[in-house]
Design a protein around this ligand. Structure first.
Ligand SMILES: Cc1cc2nc3c(=O)[nH]c(=O)nc-3n(C[C@H](O)[C@H](O)[C@H](O)COP(=O)(O)OP(=O)(O)OC[C@H]3O[C@@H](n4cnc5c(N)ncnc54)[C@H](O)[C@@H]3O)c2cc1C
Length: 873
């Protein structure tokens, strides 16, 4: 180790000459670095932290602008690792100010005597992995060179200020301030003409206080932001009570909550409530003055545009009610992004500040800055003179501080290069090619979408535990595998894709930094879900990591989250209900159960018209329900058959799916009930199916259809009915069918295929349940008949073009694939679509499992293609 200016040689006394100088080097000492040092010391690791700032505190050291406060209640935004610390420290306000939070960080540093492991005013400039020695070589801007076994960057998500890219910025001769590096001695704006550029959190917090001092204040706004009043003051008794009653329980709830604060999830979506109820809930959320209250006021705010608009409208109305000048009010109303897809703000008198006579708002969208001059700011149509300019222009978030350090991993690859197209991590903690390298609250973890204190503690604990585990086993390196990392990146994207977040040009997306790749950076799946994944990885011998130890390298490889996030959520909910397996019920009870579950499902989209009717079947009348699209007819027609193992279900149970397919495909859907087993066993269902197809073909004009434009579709056992109808229509010389859509079809009675084995006990449709269905439906001898197992037909040629949809976690997956392959081999045009991360039932759960919408869109597109040009686009 060599040391630069002012640093002490603090190599542990008994260290081997070949051993690294430290077990761990830590980059940055905000709340993350502080707690990490404490944990490492407790575990007996040697550690050295480097910090660019002159003291601890990170965010709260740098951001000293007037009005700087947290926006998570301070009773939640606080360490929980030591009950003594919690009793010793009392927060004075609901949202403490920056000086108070900084004092807290300093108190923690003193209490645990952490400063002796920290070298201040020293920035880590580079770090290089030494493959031979399995150590990192770290260099600082003060000439230090130290080696360590592990490098942990606790460098902050919002610690790299964004440099303003405004023409002429360097020419301004007056005072220049950045909210992110505010002078320690404070600034007096009394009597001055001040410009503030930027209306994100820092701008919104500082503008009212700057206005209170300045002679004139001009605010330059590019993007208006949603902000609600903080209603700051003493900590509310109802907030204090649960914490004081049972601190441990409260903190435990926070750890297993969605956002890191104990907060009940809303039971209702905005659109499920009456106008009156909606308003009442919004009023009370606004009154609470907490971000989580207003973001979580309805359970669909971040996933449904219409629901989101309800909240957005409400806040815009609030802005209009505060701001006197209508034009200024409109300029302050955010309209270019859904509510909360950019971080919303909490404020104190922000909007009212624009009623003051000396405060003016300039809309940069209408009047962009042409240049900054020596004396002020010129827009295209006006020249402004200022004494001071304040930049509240934000951060290069989440990745900025990491890639600004020259971190070189294996094979000379730098982190900056590896992440050139967006960061890829495993769990937001580690990244392939960078052994023994960890990031605290890195991209791909909940971080900035959560109460950061909870996320920081969780990450630090995970890293500290990992290092302790490695030491216990004598391991030297740990690094994620490509498979695990790619799987995690996919999961992070899957989580974001079912929300409205990616629709906004936000710093969550990297959109505030020119040239930064557009990737959704944080993990939106929730603190609780995330923690469970991290725990699972550790509990499963570092699943997805390659660990090198004395006995060589070991790797328990795989993808920790393969289910779609919303599928997982529904399965977890169901598991929590502890429902009896369907196959343990009587047929009557199972049917009643399916009806009861269906009654709780969202209804699906509105269609143009619904007509219930009956058609003649072989064993009596068959009920059907016809869905007509809103567009002018006539339309192509799809004969649809519901799922339910030939035993359960009806056109009611598949109603939302039929509505969805109708609207998306612009076709009439005729959903026909067929006789059920065990009352009517094989071949009653398929006989009814074929009879219904013939009847629909014969009556297509009366049904509002186009002659010759008839396809079939079915789900599960209904897909079996549809597939058999296609074979029988071919064999009987008609009716002509233009296509078949088979959604997770039953095509065979062989229950030994790989997908049966893999998913035997899993995901709603289990192997025992399928056995129960078969037993009710068909005698063993009948099951191999092609009308029960269409895959077994001697001839699969000359069938209508097919789309076969299979789901990854479905016992029926492999027989669906086999049927698609067999039809294709027989010359039938076939597309086989594999729904990643889905189960047998998930694609049908309209407006519950949003990740299924894309697959249903593809199904509908296939239908449109079957019908060719006759369907309006
Ligand atoms: C104004 C503001 C308000 C916020 N309010 C909230 C809130 O209410 N609730 C919430 O959950 N979060 C809030 N945050 C997010 C906040 O960043 C985190 O809550 C938390 O403070 C982050 O702690 P940290 O230790 O991870 O990072 P930081 O506090 O950012 O500390 C990182 C430290 O690393 C140092 N560093 C970086 N790179 C290097 C290097 N190469 N070498 C040496 N040192 C380096 C930096 O100087 C910095 O001191 C806020 C952020 C800002 C900017």
């Amino acid at each position: 180790m060599t040391t630069g200016n002012g640093s002490d040689d603090i190599r542990p006394a008994d260290q081997d000459i070949d051993a690294p100088d430290f077990d761990v080097v830590v980059g940055g000492v905000g709340f993350a670095g502080l707690y990490l040092l404490h944990r490492l010391r407790g575990l007996g690791f040697s550690a050295r932290a480097f910090e660019s700032a002159g003291d601890v505190g990170g965010t709260w050291y740098w951001n000293r602008y007037p009005g700087a406060r947290c926006d998570i209640p301070t009773t939640d935004y606080t360490y929980s690792f030591d009950p003594d610390l919690e009793t010793e420290w009392t927060w004075s306000e609901k949202y403490a100010t920056q000086p108070e939070i900084l004092r807290y960080a300093q108190y923690v540093a003193d209490k645990y005597d952490l400063r002796r492991d920290i070298q201040f005013e020293t920035r880590i400039e580079s770090a290089e992995w030494d493959e031979e020695a399995s150590i990192w070589h770290v260099r600082t801007d003060r000439g230090d060179e130290v080696s360590c076994r592990h490098l942990v960057m606790a460098s902050g998500c919002l610690s790299m200020p964004k440099t303003p890219d405004i023409e002429g910025a360097e020419r301004f001769a007056g005072e220049v301030y950045f909210t992110s590096t505010w002078p320690h001695e404070g600034v007096d704006f009394t009597g001055k003409r001040v410009a503030v550029i930027g209306t994100g959190s820092s701008g919104i917090q500082s503008i009212p206080l700057i206005a209170a001092q300045a002679a004139e204040l001009t605010v330059f706004q590019r993007t208006p932001n949603f902000s609600v009043p903080a209603h700051n003051g003493p900590v509310r008794p109802e907030k204090r009570a649960p914490l004081e009653a049972d601190r441990d329980e409260y903190r435990e709830q926070a750890k297993w909550s969605r956002g890191g604060i104990p907060f009940p999830l809303a039971e209702f979506g905005a659109l499920q409530l009456s106008e009156e109820d909606r308003l009442a809930r919004l009023d009370s959320a606004l009154e609470a003055g907490e971000l989580f209250e207003i973001i979580g006021v309805f359970n669909d705010v971040l996933i449904n545009r219409t629901a989101n608009e309800v909240v957005a409208d409400y806040i815009r109305d609030m802005i209009r009610s505060i701001v006197n000048d209508p034009e200024t009010a409109e300029t302050l109303c955010p309209t270019d992004h859904p509510f909360a897809t950019k971080r919303p703000c909490l404020d104190t008198n922000y909007f009212a500040t624009f009623n003051l006579p000396h405060v003016r708002l300039v809309d940069l969208r209408k009047h962009p800055i042409a240049t900054i001059t020596e004396s002020g700011i010129d827009t295209a149509d006006e020249a402004f003179e200022f004494d001071a300019i304040v930049y509240a222009t934000g951060f290069d978030a989440m990745t900025g501080a990491l890639v600004s350090v020259d971190i070189t991993g294996r094979d000379g690859v730098t982190l900056k290069d590896k992440w050139a197209h967006g960061p890829t991590t495993y769990l937001g903690l580690t990244t392939v090619g960078f052994p023994n390298f960890f990031t605290i609250t890195g991209p791909g973890s909940p971080s900035v979408l959560s109460n950061m204190m909870v996320s920081i503690e969780q990450h630090v604990d995970w890293v500290a535990d990992c290092l302790a585990d490695m030491r216990e086993h004598g391991d030297t390196t740990i690094e994620p595998t490509e498979t695990a990392e790619a799987g995690w990146v996919q999961h992070v994207n899957d989580c974001a894709d079912i929300t409205l977040y990616p629709t906004a040009n936000s710093w969550y997306m990297g959109a505030n930094v020119p040239g930064k790749p557009r990737v959704f950076l944080p993990y939106v799946g929730g603190v609780d879900v995330y923690r469970a994944a991290c725990d699972e990885v550790r509990g499963n011998d570092y699943f997805g990591f390659r660990v090198t130890g004395p006995a060589g390298s070991r790797c328990n490889d795989g993808v920790v989250r393969r289910l779609q996030p919303d599928v997982m959520m529904v399965l977890d909910l169901m598991a929590g209900m502890d429902l009896p397996p369907l196959e343990s019920m009587s047929v009557e009870d199972a049917r009643a159960f399916v009806v009861a579950m269906g009654a709780q499902s969202p209804p699906g989209p509105d269609v143009g018209e619904i007509v219930d009717g009956v058609l003649p079947g072989d064993g009596g009348e068959l009920a059907y329900r016809l869905y007509r699209p809103p567009s002018d007819g006539p339309h192509p027609v799809v004969a649809y058959f519901h799922g339910g193992g030939w035993v359960l279900g009806s056109h009611d149970s598949d109603d939302p799916l039929c509505r969805d397919l109708c609207v998306r495909s612009d076709a009439v859907i005729v959903s026909v009930d067929y006789r059920h087993a065990p009352e009517a066993r094989f071949p009653a269902a398929v006989d009814d199916g074929f009879t219904a197809v013939k009847w629909i073909a014969d009556h297509i004009v009366e049904l509002g259809g186009i002659p010759g434009q008839l396809a079939v579709c079915g789900w599960s056992a209904g897909a079996n009915v549809a597939a058999v109808a296609c074979q029988r229509a071919r064999d009987a010389g008609g009716p002509d069918l233009v296509g078949q859509v088979l959604l997770t079809p039953v095509t065979d009675s062989d229950m030994t295929r790989g997908s049966y084995v893999e998913n035997a006990d899993g995901y709603v449709l289990t192997a025992p349940l399928m056995q129960w269905f078969w037993d009710h439906y068909a005698d063993p001898d009948d099951r191999t008949h092609p009308h029960a197992s269409p895959l077994r037909a001697d001839d699969l040629s000359n069938l209508p073009p097919a789309l076969v949809v299979t789901c990854e976690f479905d016992p029926l997956r492999d027989e669906g694939v086999a049927y698609a392959e067999a039809m294709a081999a027989a010359g039938v045009p076939v597309r086989q679509l594999s729904a990643r991360g889905h189960t047998h039932t998930s694609l049908t759960m309209v407006d519950v499992i949003l990740s299924g919408a894309g697959v249903r869109a593809e199904i509908s597109e296939a239908m449109r293609q079957f019908f060719g040009a006759s369907v309006p686009a």
